[in-house]
Design a protein around this ligand. Sequence first.
Ligand SMILES: Cc1ncc(COP(=O)(O)O)c(C=O)c1O
Length: 441
Amino acid sequence: MPIAEQASSTSLDLTWIRSQFPSLAQIVNGHPATFLDGPGGTQVPRRVIDAISDYLAQDNANTGGAYHTSRNTDRMIAEARAAIGDFLNCDADEIVFGANMTSLTYAMSRAIGRDLGPGDEIVLTLLDHDANFSPWKALEEKGVTIRAAKFNPADCTLDMHDLARQITSHTRLVAVGYASNAVGTINNVKEVVRLARQAGALSYIDAVHYAPHGLIDVRALDCDFLVCSTYKFFGPHMGVLYSKREHLKRLRPYKVRPNTNNIPQCWEWGTLNHECIAGIKACVDYWEELGRRVETGLAPSERRQAECEGRAKPSAATRREAIVAAHQAIHPHERAMTEKLIAGLLAIPGLKLYGISDPRRFDHRCATTVVRIEGHTPLELATKLGERGFFTWDGNYYALNLTEQLDVERLGGFLRIGLAHYNTMEEVERMLGALREIVTL
Ligand SMILES: Cc1ncc(COP(=O)(O)O)c(C=O)c1O
């Protein structure tokens, strides 16, 4: 049955979108499964699942061999690199694949740290996920000074004045999150990159949480590094690092001797998860098709026919343009759901929302919310919602500095409700009803 709301708030074809994700059709304890756990990991479209199993069925091989399946593997990895390059707006040789964002960040921080010592400083933020904090803090063992910019506790936005104060002529790198995986704040990373550059420092952007919600353009940001995790934007469990080519060439990776000295492969440790890389290519294909569909409302084959007959609207010429179109289309849908979600949450007695709650400032937040409700622990709320088929999360989600600063770490952190573009208004309404019922029972 078509999703009723689709025409009212957005040009997104939610019926088509949801049909792409097999897991969304599950029933749990007699309730439709409602995935509000996107910040912890999103669901994957059928084509990603198929690409992973097709790779294992047909091309399963190591790289660089002088035979059919190995050559296919090399070609597939090159295609996936180019696809993610389009997703981030960079060249394929500026893309490094890795197990996840955390391990890529440890690897890059070790390499950058080789040239650092006493007198050098790194600026971090207290709003960030620990994966963009601890790998840099570990460089204290080399004598590097670590500084951490504060956030404003009232609305959980980054204190840009404090950040600017912390950046000095001793700063070698500024590491900052694009969006908070807890409170949903979107940081002004373009300004952070500018401040870092002005001080002669490198910028390292953790875009893990932002990637499913907003368009990333590393060229426009002019950042030195940017990391994300494909399992947060409808792909398989892997991480991706973008680095300006000059840094990949200049910095010295820790690597085994027989590995190539060519970039970007010299930054990739051991044998990668090839089947997941096949899934990454399919994930970008999904974004591309989503973008082409929202422009024309037609499937590619129908669009070709419509173009022949002169009926089609002009569509994206390139994969990148289609990805841009996809983001433009999901934004109003996520925004409308966020407005409904936050208004509904704020109406629940005893509930405290952490983060931006004024709809006029929603351009500075994404569709991720955290709350606490008087008299209920986050774990209790997540468990009761889970029994009713609503998948949310409790705890700190590794945003440890944030939960410590807000003094909720000792209280079980927050309940996190995170929306993705495949969620619906109806799901938001049902979850709000269930939460109201749980707290008033
Ligand atoms: C904002 C943010 N940064 C970093 C990470 C770590 O990513 P990974 O699991 O790929 O190491 C996460 C994971 O939740 C995250 O949300």
